[in-house]
Ligand binder design. Structure first.
Ligand SMILES: C[S@@+](CC[C@H](N)C(=O)[O-])C[C@H]1O[C@@H](n2cnc3c(N)ncnc32)[C@H](O)[C@@H]1O
Length: 264
């Protein structure tokens, strides 16, 4: 079989993703897409395209995000009918800000941004990426498909999100990705060692600070990089944590930073 000359790029426009959904792509085709870098690159980089691209990927993978989120809103609004995404999470989840009722695409980082961040990190084999407040574990989808020699662990408070993410990992046979249900703010939980931590303003400021201090402690044992999305985490680092050194400032639609953490 002749390859390269006739090999066509499979994902050139959003219509290619839409087409996959409409004709009901086979499991094998989805599996091979998950190993194709172009699958995770948004054909255009404006926000509307990026969000639609992520929505299409979730649909192709059969991620039941809307179903799970609607159930959570239904449960929360039952005892807080006038609430909203600021109040429902804490009411439902022991005061923890789990962002129930937030727009689904605002809750999670777009796949194409995760793709770019992972490319910048240039992971070495066997390095582990941890997402602190992982929702449905999108990073684990990319690690499962494109980085079979790496590992992903996502810590997430909401059990329903954890179960759905793990269901999708199992469906595609991703043995190197997992989600665990934990409260990062609990005094019972101490953060395990990893190579890269990803934080997208996951909840209360005091919980973010506790977690960043744990990372500082762990950095005595191994060089650590921390990817930050969200202004609270960035402000805490700038104002309170001198061992974090800025390595890269990303200017995607929502800016992100990569820090290295070192002990003096
Ligand atoms: C803004 S979302 C980010 C999701 C994911 N990191 C991403 O970028 O796609 C933050 C997530 O953190 C979770 N979270 C908030 N506080 C938490 C806590 N104390 N322990 C574990 N997860 C928490 C929320 O439930 C939510 O799913």
């Amino acid at each position: 079989m002749q390859l390269s000359l006739f090999d066509k790029k499979r994902f050139k426009s959003l219509a290619d993703f839409q087409n996959m959904i409409q004709r009901g792509a086979s499991h094998e085709e989805i599996l091979s897409s998950l190993m194709d870098h172009d699958f995770f690159k948004s054909p255009k980089t404006n926000t509307a395209f990026k969000l639609q691209h992520s929505k299409y990927i979730d649909k192709i993978l059969d991620f039941r995000v809307s179903f799970v989120e609607e159930m959570l809103v239904y449960e929360a609004s039952g005892f807080d009918p006038d609430g909203n995404h600021e109040t429902w999470g804490p009411k439902l989840h022991e005061g923890v800000q789990t962002w129930v009722g937030l727009d689904n695409e605002t809750l999670q980082t777009p796949y194409c941004d995760i793709y770019r961040i992972l490319a910048l990190l240039k992971l070495r084999p066997y390095q582990e990426v941890v997402d602190l407040g992982a929702a449905y574990g999108r990073i684990g989808v990319l690690i499962g498909g494109l980085y079979p020699k790496n590992f992903f662990t996502g810590y997430e408070f909401v059990k329903e999100r954890v179960n759905e993410g793990n269901r999708v990992f199992a469906k595609y046979g991703f043995k190197n990705s997992k989600l665990l249900s934990v409260d990062l703010g609990s005094s019972q939980f101490s953060l395990p060692l990893a190579d890269v931590y990803f934080i997208y303003d996951f909840g209360r400021v005091e919980d973010i600070l506790k977690t960043l201090r744990e990372i500082e402690g762990l950095s005595a044992r191994r060089p650590i990089r921390v990817v930050v999305r969200g202004k609270w985490t960035r402000e805490i680092i700038e104002n309170q944590l001198s061992s974090f050194e800025l390595l890269h400032e990303g200017r995607l639609e929502k800016p992100f930073q990569i820090f290295s953490v070192r002990q003096f």
